[in-house]
Design a protein around this ligand. Sequence first.
Ligand code: ADP
Ligand code: MG
Length: 412
Amino acid sequence: MDILRDLLINILFLIIFLLFTPLLLEKSGVKSYMKKWIMTSSFCVVVILCISFPIAINDEFIFDLRLVSVIIGGLMGGIPTSIALLITTISFRSIFGGAGIYSTLIISVVHFAFLSIFYYQFKEFSKRKKLIVATVIGFISSISVVLVIIIGFQTPIQPFIIATYIVLQTISIFFIMCLLDVINESVVMRKRLIESEKMELVSHLASSVSHEVRNPLTVVKGFLQMMNQNDIPFEKRKEYLALSLSEVDRANQIIGEYLAFAKPQLAKIEGIDIKEVLEHTIHVITPLANMNSVVITKNFETCLIKSNKQLLQQCFLNITKNSIEAMPNGGFLSIFTKKKDDKFVITISDTGVGMSEEQIKRLGEPYYSTKGEKGTGLGMVTVFRIFSDLNCTVKINSKPDNGTTFIIEMPL
Ligand code: ADP
Ligand code: MG
């Protein structure tokens, strides 16, 4: 029973560090190279904890589930992680002394060599194959450990202990790989949702943009027709030409801003000016506002922050698009910013249909939409996800028929 209890404690370490760490990292928005180092540290911590709370067979020989961490770490993290694990295992195990040091040395070096070489092949496997191969490696590794101890050191071990060890190491690797895959999948899905929501947004805005571009083109066409008449004085011609050019510039800017947003870009964090992001947002949303007779008023302060321009713009576009859609018969959309203590506050308010308490509560629920066919119910989901990744808070004030105000607070 003691052996079983000790093994279960080992499994607890594996679950806490190998499954909770990636979950927490996913929430925290840490940079990817930092993530790799934090994960490597977690693998090493598991090794240290497993060695500290081992399953003792007799005074000299002890074993534990550290190899689960070594195998999964080596297969997922590659050579740097394997080196860290090798050093941690050998140096920490040396502290305890005993003949077990030699078996540790042999087993660790063999695992290190095998995992370092095999890593490059393993990387290319499909998810299913990875799971099967990792489990098989866990099984073979546990048998080799037993053989090293029995043959190499002539230590008798009860068959029950051998079986328990082999089964637990193999099963642990199988389940941890399964769960890591589920965690990974949800990270990928989350990224895909934001991407596909952006495409949805882009296609919704397309008709208003093309409509808006048609207006300057019609104006230019009119001027060109007038200039074609022979009796137009030179001064008038010049005036028409200037007006045509400015209209073409306007059309160019509308399309340019729209395409800049539509273009897929790397999710990079950089120094950006919120004022600029909001100005771009207004350029993209103006065609839709014009189509709905919505007047936009604005007042921005400059504020430099480190963030992702495209993601922020996606949020602002979703919020302003909802505001405009809440005013089918026209109204006012006002956007202003203010610095408050260590925060930058952005207020976006409309004079639209507003929302009841119940509706506000349901905001951010996937597929919740009151727009029927026209709505996707994914806009606010992405807004909340992106803002939470960027450590921003969103407050909503709204009453039916009284308009809605979004207050976004960003840390400076
Ligand atoms: P969609 O716009 O596709 O319906 P969203 O997630 O963007 O999906 O919004 C969900 C719902 O929240 C909308 O259907 C609407 O009922 C409500 N909503 C969001 N913003 C506003 C607003 N400014 N005024 C009134 N209702 C809003
Ligand atoms: Mg929407």
